[in-house]
Design a protein around this ligand. Structure first.
Ligand code: ZN
Length: 303
């Protein structure tokens, strides 16, 4: 019986949205308020405006405003990207309806890598600021600090940091190198992807992979191998991608999150995808990348 061998992450090149940051976040200097204030005197267009759910596009690029034209809102320093200006963000309650306004998900599919990197950073900050206006310890209103990367409580002096919610996303393969695809109960027939789930408190990533696979499809996992990760600021996730080797092949779907799961060989997937009876996520997502990394090339069609 051949051994399933997950791809070696050292040989992989992640190619999907938010696979890596394309800007230097300047984390060592952003606690300097004078420095941060001075950046708002730049004349060049360098300000991203977002409410965390929308941005404004100019073609396939983020629309950037000179600081003098930026609207009021919480201010953040994003960093340096391409030898140009230091990029900044204004975090507003709502981006006004206007030409070029799109959802952050739509923008993720359209943007150049630097633009996507800046948007993921800015939108993640905006989502956090909007939903964390008060101190989690004493309830007082907090104020933004450290160039938008901390909220401080003026009453109890607590510092609050932006949260990121880790989720594991995994392609399960069996001992004869078939892949397991699942369909969530809320998805239409034919829409399939990898399995995924949130990491729980006190849980290692590998254990989260094993638990989620066991819960969703009743399969025991032996080896768990890291593949790549993807920032997913909708609103605040980090998708950590793995290949997981199954010990058995009997599927027992939970019927709650997963309605249907099936093993496929590469040949079967080729035929199912070409015929449209299996549709995979778009190339924006790490799930597509996990599947195509196993498959060894591009699979036709998408959601
Ligand atoms: Zn407080």
């Amino acid at each position: 019986m051949p051994d399933a061998s997950p791809p070696d992450p050292r040989t992989l090149t992640p190619e999907f949205a938010f696979a890596r940051a394309w800007h230097d976040r300047l984390g060592l200097v952003r606690g300097d308020d004078d420095w941060a204030t001075g950046l708002w005197k730049q004349n060049e267009p360098c300000v991203v405006v977002t409410d965390g759910r929308h941005v404004v596009l100019d073609g396939e690029h983020l629309e950037l405003l000179p600081p003098s034209q930026a609207p009021p809102g919480d201010r953040a320093v994003l960093g340096e990207g391409d030898g140009g200006p230091t990029y900044l963000a204004v975090l507003v309650d709502e981006v006004p309806e206007q030409s070029g306004r799109v959802s952050t998900r739509e923008a993720a599919a359209a943007l150049d890598p630097l633009g996507g990197s800046l948007m993921a950073h800015a939108a993640g900050l905006a989502n956090w600021h909007r939903t964390h206006p008060r101190c989690a310890r004493c309830g007082a209103e907090t104020v933004a600090a450290d160039a938008g990367h901390v909220r401080r409580c003026p009453v109890c002096q607590a510092s609050h940091f932006p949260r990121t919610d880790p989720a594991v996303i995994m392609l399960v393969i069996d001992s004869v190198d078939r892949a397991l695809l699942g369909r969530q109960r809320v998805w239409p027939a034919g829409r399939f992807s990898t399995l995924a789930g949130f990491v729980e408190p006190g849980e290692a990533l590998e254990d989260a992979v094993r638990r989620e696979v066991a819960e969703e499809v009743g399969i025991t996992i032996s080896t768990v191998s890291y593949g790549a990760s993807q920032a997913w600021p909708f609103p605040s996730s980090l998708m950590v991608g793995f290949f997981a080797v199954a010990e058995g092949t009997d599927i027992d779907v939970d019927g709650v999150e997963i309605a249907e799961a099936r093993w496929v060989t590469r040949e079967q997937l080729t035929a199912l995808a070409a015929g449209g009876s299996v549709r995979l996520p778009g190339r924006l997502s790490i799930s597509r990348w996990l599947i195509e990394t196993w498959y060894g090339g591009e699979v036709p069609g998408n959601w």
